[in-house]
Design a protein around this ligand. Structure first.
Ligand code: DAH
Length: 339
């Protein structure tokens, strides 16, 4: 029996196969249930007791060698297959899919571009702000309803710290550190304690503009508003200003544009009025200039602020505000061609 094992060991050491079928035939010949090694295992019962140890060890050696050799051959075939059949160096590369810009970023960039052409530069401020920059420096009375818990997110352990409710807070940040001429545009995210629905969210985006210099008048503001509306929504766009109230501007106004969905004829979007409101604006209140270290006897200025979601809705008619923050790639892909 030892002689038989030795002979098989020699055979196994010299095994070779040139394709997968040959290899499988070898596996059957040596390692299958009816293979040579199993036959020897069956004969092992008849080996005299004093030889069992020696024969057993040899038999195990044979079995291990056969398994090793056959799996090494198998691996070799798999590598060869990958090299020769799996790789085609002449194939054209598959196209790289580029991501698309978020619609709010597209519109924010457009707003910034229009103001940049008029000489405005970008200013930014923190989203976690103090009460002074969001409210007090902007002439909000102590008991103004905007400070109410319903609107503003306060930080529980620090009653003076809030999530900014508007980007107007950047106005006071810039005024306290620079002197006119000031011509800035402040894009950013703001937070309000609103129940989330298709038309309200607890965070959204605004762009604020501020211009302070000598002799700035309401006429300058109106001219910039008209130019902005035409650049953003098309040359036929009309604007109208309605008197309004904001603590930080006097006089204050809200601006409507002719509804760009129905062209001013009236539709559900403009509630059949032909007009849609897009921003708040006004002349910076002298109190605000003085509170922030700018002499209101020498300088005057205008400010305006708009919601980016609102402008985006008007441009692209997104019916549900929540789409903007859901990261649904099917929605985002629709804006592939927009920039
Ligand atoms: N901060 C106002 C808001 O969040 C928008 C606004 C109105 C900004 C009038 C201004 C402005 O600069 O002059 O509703």
């Amino acid at each position: 029996m030892i002689a038989k094992i030795e002979q098989l060991l020699q055979e196994v050491a010299a095994l070779h196969a040139s394709n997968a079928e040959e290899l499988e035939a070898l596996r059957i010949k040596y390692l299958s249930k009816k293979g040579a090694i199993n036959d020897l295992m069956a004969d092992f019962r008849n080996v005299p007791a004093e030889l069992k140890k020696e024969v057993g060890m040899k038999l195990n050696e044979l079995k291990n060698k056969a398994q090793e050799t056959i799996s090494a051959l198998k691996e070799q075939f798999e590598c060869q297959n990958n090299d020769s059949e799996g790789l085609d160096l002449t194939r054209t590369a598959s196209a790289v899919k580029l991501g698309t810009r978020h619609p709010l970023s597209i519109v924010r960039n457009e707003i910034i571009d229009i103001f940049a052409r008029l000489g405005f530069s970008i200013a930014e401020g923190p989203e976690i702000e103090d009460d002074w920059h969001v409210f007090s420096a902007l002439n909000f009375a102590e008991d103004h309803p905007a400070r109410d818990m319903q609107d503003t997110f306060f930080i529980e352990s620090h009653p003076d710290v809030v999530l900014r409710t508007h980007t107007s807070s950047v106005q006071s940040r810039v005024m306290e550190t620079s002197q006119p001429p000031i011509r800035i545009i402040c894009p950013g995210r703001v937070y309000r304690n609103e129940a989330i629905s298709y038309r309200a969210h607890c965070f959204f985006h605004q762009v604020e503009a501020l211009y302070i210099d000598k002799n700035v008048s309401f006429t300058d503001l109106k001219q910039v508003l008209l130019l902005f509306a035409k650049e953003m929504f098309g040359a036929d766009t009309k604007i109208r200003l309605r008197p309004s109230y904001f603590p930080f501007t006097e006089p204050s106004a809200e601006m409507d544009i002719s509804c760009n969905i129905c062209g001013g004829k009236g539709c559900p979007f403009c509630k059949h009025t032909g007009w849609v409101e897009i921003l708040g604006c006004g002349m910076v209140d002298p109190n605000v200039l003085d509170s922030n270290g700018i002499d209101s006897k020498i300088y005057s200025g205008y400010a305006l602020g708009m919601g980016v979601e609102r402008i985006t809705n008007l441009k692209y008619q997104v019916k549900d505000l929540r789409m903007f923050s859901e990261n649904d790639t099917r929605f985002l892909k629709e804006f592939e061609a927009a920039y």
